[in-house]
Design a binder for this molecule. Sequence first.
Ligand code: SD4
Length: 334
Amino acid sequence: MWCMLTLPAVLSVLQTTMAAPLVVNTWGFTNATETAWQVLMAAGSALDAVEIGCTTCEKLQCDGTVGFGGSPDENGETTLDAMIMDGATMKVGAVGCLRRVKSAASVARAVLEHTRHTLLVGELATQFAVQMGFHEESLETKHSRQLYEDWKRRSCQPNFWTNVEPDPSDSCGPYRRGRAAPQQHEPSWAGPASHDTIGMVAIDGRGQMAAGTSTNGAIHKIPGRVGDSPVPGAGAYVDGEVGGAVATGDGDVMMRFLPSLVAVEAMRAGAAPTDACRAAMARIVARHPDFVGALVAVARTGEHGAACHGLESFPYSVAEGGRAGARVVRVSCQ
Ligand code: SD4
């Protein structure tokens, strides 16, 4: 076929089938986008870019919902969820409810690289991290202590308990089982200010793709809670032959619908990234009209798009060839 095409025609075919390096991440976390982009510009891999990008947010404590010192649980402890997925091998490394280790994305990468497992959780994930050379330290800060104490002062409101006694809508625990009330409408916990997980998708110079997430989850969560972010198909998913998607928002709902997988499968079936995100979001919203969250998708060609619900608008950050620096794209959720 090539010998029958002129040079400009060959170039145009290549442009539509191969993407230049690209990084996309949830929210306006452009510092993370920039560090990931630097990795790609230095001929680094998509996996390295996603790890470095998510690590940047962990260090900067992006919006208080990534990294140490945010979203204390009911005991006042910050625990971390993170995932990294390789779109070339479909391997995943993830940690859930990681305790006392700051660099959750890098521990997830260590799970991917040094084990045949996918997800390690809790205290035993910490043991793994320490064995892999990560530093163990408290994730508490003055800020997280304050958030915890304010919550105690508000009679532990809001919280995630249902059908327990004493009444969780006006009392702290300890709770015991109560009578199950008829299933009520389940409000979303994720108000506009309470959810800012970083989810990132990258394409490197060889056209390989990776995706990842990092978060400290839901504020005042019940200890032991793991959200959608370390669950493949929920918080992130990437298939290098198709594209990738990442999610942010009410993870307790999202992990029941695997929206990142649904978006990637929609792209596989031919949908553009924006339409793929809308289709995945529509499935959630049909059952949870109050849902608050957003999805960003990237096709392997580099086309990207997003969809959101329960917010006025949703920003995501992009760095791509030919443009200087990271920029923020804002999509309307109306
Ligand atoms: C979670 N999806 O743990 C995460 C929260 C989130 O921005 O997106 N925060 O449910």
